[in-house]
Design a protein around this ligand. Structure first.
Ligand code: FAD
Ligand code: LAC
Ligand code: ZN
Length: 457
């Protein structure tokens, strides 16, 4: 029979299977770049049938398999352990169908998000999922992490964009359920089990996504605010008076200070002496009046002191420049960056940030800690940047942040997933009964534990 790599090579061909020593380093870890490992082999299937063959053989051999998408994950979920085989979906890319009547698109799981967004746009629709990694992450990875990103406040998370899914189970069985109907209550909604499962329950091979109507106008502003109550006040006021708020991204002064003054930043939209900043995006359907309504609301908010300074993008390029600031380019130039994506009740986020900032600075006076996030979705990001420490300090930093999250009954992961990096802290945010249901699901769908072992649960 030969070993599993020989069996896979015989069944799928040398073009699909690469033996460990020949596997390029980029498959050794995800974006978090913690503990890269050379896998036993890399499989790059071209079809669902090939994924099925690979899993059937690995299942029989009890061989652990790690699905890989665009490798932009920030939780270590796609990083192999020693002896694991990685299955990259990168060759299974492409738009299979756009159904303009149903307003759906069916794509192969390895399709890069930005490619899918462009295809939807060209067909006159909006694929609402959007995140900074859009140029590299894949739809299959987005669904496996239930990605959030920039437009959740209006359209929901990745989960809400999915109508149908095709998945290959641990033993190689293919479950094709490419439903296009918005309503379908015929039994359990099984696709939801695989969305956000981080490759531990099956490999997603195709998806049917819901499309939205494309906004006819878009207005973007960068605002400065004096306190957190004003930040939340502006969010609620914009939602009630304008409707159509499609992004509301908040940056604490430490984040703005760092990014706006970073050598890679070309332009500072506002001075860096304000306590809070918000990037606000309004998407509407009345191009003749939307910008005026948006500017009028901001002018009113400035007149009554709710907003202390603001600048409205006068071109698409200016709006993109605002987004570049928010996307935090510059953070990843530091030697050690520990990223958090915690969820907390919106009312508590500012006091949480203050408490964390104080605790982190007290313990690591040289660390640079910046706070930002999708506050309308109750999602705060923290990037802790350190120099002169090894990655082992990460566990101490994690303990400080996650203890505070637990005390506030928050979630250790709002949108990036659990992977390996948050696995020890899952119990901070999930009760014993919830964990038991997760384990029973895992046992039912992957009794041999071959799918992404050591991740999530
Ligand atoms: P990978 O990193 O390859 O894999 C992620 C997980 O999914 C792993 O557990 C992997 O095993 C599994 N997986 C991948 N493909 C499949 C498949 N086809 N079937 C089954 N399992 C699979 N995330 C957000 O939520 N919001 C953001 O705003 C955001 N911004 C980001 C900005 C930057 C600059 C970067 C680098 C990352 C950002 N992320 C964000 C994190 C990351 O982009 C997302 O988690 C993304 O969804 C991962 O997709 P991927 O294709 O890169 O998946
Ligand atoms: C962001 C990533 C870190 O929102 O989720 O920029
Ligand atoms: Zn985010």
């Amino acid at each position: 029979m030969g070993d599993i790599v020989d069996q896979l090579t015989q069944a799928l061909g040398a073009d699909v299977v690469t033996a460990g020593p020949d596997v390029d380093k980029r498959y050794h870890c995800d974006w978090s770049a913690i503990d890269p490992v050379q896998p036993k082999a890399l499989i790059r299937p071209r079809s669902t049938a090939e994924v099925s063959t690979a899993l059937r053989l690995c299942h029989t051999a009890g061989q652990a398999v790690v699905p890989q998408g665009g490798l932009t994950g920030l939780a270590g979920g796609a990083t192999p352990r020693r002896g694991d085989i990685v299955v990259s979906l990168e060759r299974m890319a492409g738009i299979e169908e756009i159904d303009k009547v149903a307003a759906t698109m069916t794509v192969a799981a390895g399709t890069v998000l930005e490619t899918a967004q462009r295809a939807a746009d060209e067909a006159g629709f909006l694929l609402a999922l959007d995140l900074g990694a859009r140029g590299s992450c894949q739809v299959g990875g987005n669904l496996s992490t239930n990605a959030g990103g920039n437009r959740v406040i209006r359209y929901g998370m990745a989960r809400e964009q999915v109508l149908g899914l095709e998945v290959v189970l641990a033993d190689g069985e293919i479950v094709t359920s490419l439903n296009k109907m918005l309503k379908n209550n015929a039994g359990y909604d099984i696709k939801q089990v695989f969305i956000g499962a981080e490759g531990t329950l099956g490999i997603i091979t195709r998806a049917t996504l819901r499309l939205h109507s494309r906004p006819l106008s878009r207005a973007t502003a960068f605002c400065a605010l004096a306190d957190y109550a004003s930040v939340v006040g502006l969010l609620r006021r914009m939602q009630s008076e304008l409707g159509g708020i499609s992004a509301f991204e908040v940056m604490w002064h430490d984040f703005y200070d760092f990014i706006a003054n970073h050598p890679t930043t070309k332009q500072k939209p506002l001075p860096d002496n304000y306590p809070y900043y918000a990037l606000v995006e309004f998407s509407g359907s009345d191009p003749d009046h939307d910008l005026n309504r948006f500017e009028a609301l901001l002018a009113k908010a400035m007149a009554d002191g709710a907003v202390v300074d603001a600048v409205v993008a006068q071109s698409e390029q200016a709006a993109r420049d605002f987004w570049l600031i928010r996307e935090g380019h510059g953070i990843d130039t530091k030697p050690l960056v520990i990223n958090f994506d915690v969820s907390l009740p919106i009312a508590d986020i500012d006091s949480f940030a203050a408490e964390c900032r104080a605790a982190l600075s007290a313990k690591w006076p040289d660390s640079l800690n910046v706070f930002y996030g999708h506050i309308g979705d109750s999602n705060l990001h923290i990037s802790v940047m350190m120099e002169g420490y090894g990655s082992e300090v990460m566990h101490e930093v994690d303990a400080v942040v996650y203890q505070a999250v637990r005390a506030m009954k928050g979630s250790v992961s709002a949108e990036h997933g659990v992977g390996t990096l948050k696995r020890a802290y899952l119990g901070h945010s999930r009760g014993a009964a919830e964990l038991s249901v997760m384990r029973r699901l895992k046992q039912a769908l992957d009794p041999k534990g071959i799918l992404n072992p050591g991740k999530l649960i």
